[in-house]
Design a protein around this ligand. Structure first.
Ligand code: UD1
Ligand code: CA
Length: 502
């Protein structure tokens, strides 16, 4: 049971027309995200995973915004518009207008149920078709069924007689703890026909999809329920409390999947990993890590603690400590952090290093190249094996335009340099400490711009007399005098005497 070949439904209809007012949000409910994807994309992925002939999403509330989101993230789906007639029955009826198939099984799911998976849907189709049922509802037993539709079963329990909504139920029906998840498999022809016979004569004045089940049953057809043990899988999001709960549950499931496939996650309670992230075997994720978007972690890489990576690729054996990266590539065996900030377009080669308090952007740093300390590297190319001295700034912005800097292979940039773009430092070249590089440095040359140093002897004694600095200087000079007798030009000795007299 349950392989895509023999359980592919003719169509899936995903209902997403509701307003979701309890979210109290300007963002449509189904566009809220958990695990790095919208609720709706999770729902569509589950539906798509059954290999349906047709996939339809029913919209109404914020229709254009949601349709645009689908166009971007799930262009294969077709959109159906629900009109002003309310209710799940009407929603499915509008969805069916987009379905061209005349027979077969059609699944109905909700756009706000994010944990549902394709395997559960395939099993539902298999059970439904195996029993030759006209309708099969996915049900669950819950401790508090308040608000849900209740499943009414036949005396022997094998058939479903109908579903009664909470608001329409009497006390004995409200005592039933088997609830309607809102997910169903239907015989397409039965569904079309029965929807035509549904009214709005109920507590909410809506067309109830659930009425299809009692209609089919009254017509003498078989209506079944499949009870799921995994209640979270069929739970919907109605407010932000549930959004957080289902987000945490999704994260827990994602972490478990990675751990079972050979990833070490030291502290699951402080680790957040989006659904699309891929992690190779024997990677180690330390506490306080968030991996977002299309991030990809190579084998034996060590990430964290306290690191956030979004859409970032980390090579095998690399280490990323207490850092933040966005749209970056970190090569195999490279080192990043602590406290590094890698912005979009950072591409660090194998064995390279981006060290403490370094920010990079649009920077290709080749294999074995290092930016170890306190630097900004923007719009740059650094050749293999080069080293950028501590505190170096790639000045890429002249206030109007951004320019690029090219540093060749095996270059030594001294500490505290400013590389004023556009500028090129040739292969094998070097720059002195404190150099402001405004002109190209040819291959093999040493670039220096800092003025040569001049020492004004005895300055402290004259200009900072009476300070601790003076005492320190005199003590040092006195010691030198005593031990190596190399007092400069007599001045120090004279001033020493002056001091003694005071
Ligand atoms: C519905 C079921 C109820 C079940 C519950 C599970 C009916 C009549 N009742 O309750 O038995 O226990 O789901 O959550 O079907 N929607 C539309 N168009 C509409 C109304 C709803 O597309 O006109 C969509 C919503 O966007 C949502 C889903 O259908 O994704 C369920 O709607 P909601 O109002 O939450 O469910 P209920 O009708 O209360
Ligand atoms: Ca709901």
């Amino acid at each position: 049971m349950g392989n895509a070949e023999n359980t592919a439904p003719a169509a899936v209809i995903v209902l997403a027309a509701g307003a979701g007012t309890r979210m109290k949000s300007r963002t449509p409910k189904v566009l809220h995200e958990i695990g790095g994807r919208s609720l709706l994309v999770h729902a569509v992925n589950a539906a798509d995973g059954t290999g349906p002939g047709e996939l339809v999403v029913v919209l109404r509330h914020e229709r254009d915004r949601v349709a645009a989101h689908l166009g971007e993230h799930a262009p294969e789906v077709s959109v159906a518009d629900q009109d002003e007639i309310p209710g799940t029955g009407r929603a499915v009826q509008c969805g069916l207008e987009q379905v061209t198939a005349a027979e077969g099984t059609v699944l109905v799911t909700y756009g706000d149920v994010p944990l549902l998976d394709p395997a559960t849907l395939r099993d539902l189709v298999a059970a439904h078709e195996g029993a030759g049922a006209a309708a099969t509802v996915l049900s669950a037993r819950v401790p508090d069924p308040t608000g849900y539709g209740r499943i009414l079963r036949s005396e022997d329990g094998s058939e479903v007689l109908g579903i009664v909504e909470h608001k329409d139920a009497d006390d004995s029906q409200r005592a039933i703890d088997e609830i309607n998840s809102g997910i169903y498999a239907f015989d397409l022809a039965v569904l079309r026909e029965a929807l035509g016979r549904i009214g709005t004569d109920n507590a909410q004045g809506e067309m109830y999809l659930t009425d299809v089940l009692s209609i089919a049953r009254q017509d003498g057809r078989s209506v079944r329920a499949v009870v799921t043990e995994d209640v979270m899988m069929v739970e919907g999001v109605n407010d932000r409390v549930q959004l957080a709960q289902l987000g945490a549950e999704m994260n827990r499931r994602i972490l478990e999947r990675h751990m079972r496939s050979g990833v070490t996650i030291v502290d699951p309670s402080t680790t957040w990993i989006d659904a699309d992230v891929t992690i190779a075997q024997d990677a180690v994720i330390l506490p306080g890590v968030q991996l977002h978007g299309a991030t990809d972690i190579g084998t034996e890489a060590v990430i964290g603690p306290d690191t956030t990576l979004r859409d970032t690729e980390v090579g095998a054996g690399a280490e990323v400590v207490r850092s933040h990266a966005l749209l970056a590539v970190i090569g195999a065996d490279a080192n990043v952090g602590p406290f590094s900030y890698l912005r979009a377009g950072t591409d660090l080669g194998a064995g390279g290093k981006i060290g403490g308090f370094v920010e990079t952007k649009n920077a290709v740093i080749a294999d074995g190249a290092k930016v170890p300390h306190l630097s900004y590297v923007g719009d740059a190319e650094i050749g293999e094996g080069s080293n950028i001295g501590a505190g170096t700034i790639f000045a890429n912005y002249d206030g109007v335009n951004k320019h690029r800097t090219t540093v060749g292979r095996h270059v030594r940039v001294g500490s505290d340099n400013v590389l004023v773009a556009p500028v090129t430092i040739g292969d094998g070249a070097a720059t002195g400490a404190g150099t402001t590089v405004r002109k190209d440095v040819p291959p093999g040359a040493l670039g220096v711009s800092a003025v040569s140093q001049r020492n004004v002897e005895g300055w402290t004694m004259r200009r900072r007399a009476g300070t601790a600095a003076e005492d320190a200087a005199r003590a040092a000079l006195g010691a030198e005098e005593g031990s190596v007798a190399r007092t400069p030009a007599g001045t120090a000795a004279e001033e020493h005497k002056e001091h003694e007299q005071r």
